[in-house]
Design a protein around this ligand. Sequence first.
Ligand SMILES: [Zn+2]
Length: 371
Amino acid sequence: MILGKKVRLSPTKEQEQKSWQSVGTARFIYNWTLARQEENYKNGGKFIYDNDLRKELTILKKTEELKWLNEVSNNVAKQAVKDGCEAYKKFFKGLADKPRFKSKRKSKPSFYNDNIKLKVKSNMVLIEKVGWIKTAEQLPINVKYTNPRISFDGKYWFITVGMEKEKPIVELTTESIGIDVGIKDLAICSNGMTFKNINKTGLVKKLGKRLRRLQRKISRKYYLNKEGRKFVKTSNIIKLEKQIRLLHRKLSNIRNNHLHQATTKIVKTKPSRVVMETLNIKGMMKNKHLSKAIAQQGLYEFKRQLQYKCEFYGIKFVEADIWYPSSKTCSKCGHVKTKLSLSERTYICEECGAVIDRDFNASINLSRYSA
Ligand SMILES: [Zn+2]
């Protein structure tokens, strides 16, 4: 099974500059790919294969205007075309929204390094056209890496690689755990485990408040420093932008750690099966009040982590059918309510008189799900 490994890099100033060059080139080519696909689609054309786009790109790279694209590794360009095509293909098949262009300010800076060209020695890694960069921890030697990516999180540079890892042999219990995810809490499990909504904790609230204050401040400054239609970046604005970037980073680290802790704790109980509801986030996102809370909660990421951790331990991962009445069913007698409003936090059964927390009730029903 392929597992991802992320290691911090300590590039020199010069290496960092070269990395930014690769980031810029990858972004430019990704956007160029999307633009070509879009233009072609609008003119009634079908999907353009990445091989064909790469041939076009080879010609473009010979022009005076775009010869700067040659300054970074050719593999960075190759992969950026592939990534753009991949994103567009998903859109074509109806699996994703139309891919967005990467913006300098908002998209995560990253680029690809060819997996065969990636070399590792003691606490060093060789990045094409950047050089040997120090790593904070030793990357395993003599293993096959897949999809190496270099990225910047607003503070540090990282390398992420996929590596083949053998699954451990784990003895599982006979338990089936049902998990009800939501907005009030992150997850309520049928075995009694509960995981809170991290966004309701004091620290996250405080950081969120600070972030909003900085964002207001910076938009005032943008406005004040506008010259005609042009924005002028003062050193003060640059400083504020950095503070905002670091706060975003901190918040996303806290949220992600919380998801990792929760999903690890669940699989460590070694159940034979885990059942979750099918997430219909696209539908839920249409509700404006809910959409922000759902995005912050990271329910898709929760599912993704749980799924691969289950796979690793050989635990069966099941998504219950979207119509399965996990909330409306009484976990004690099996009675199914015809109506249950979102505000009813406690399930009260009119048939057997059971009184039980709504989410816990749902999680028990999920644990008993049979397809
Ligand atoms: Zn009942």
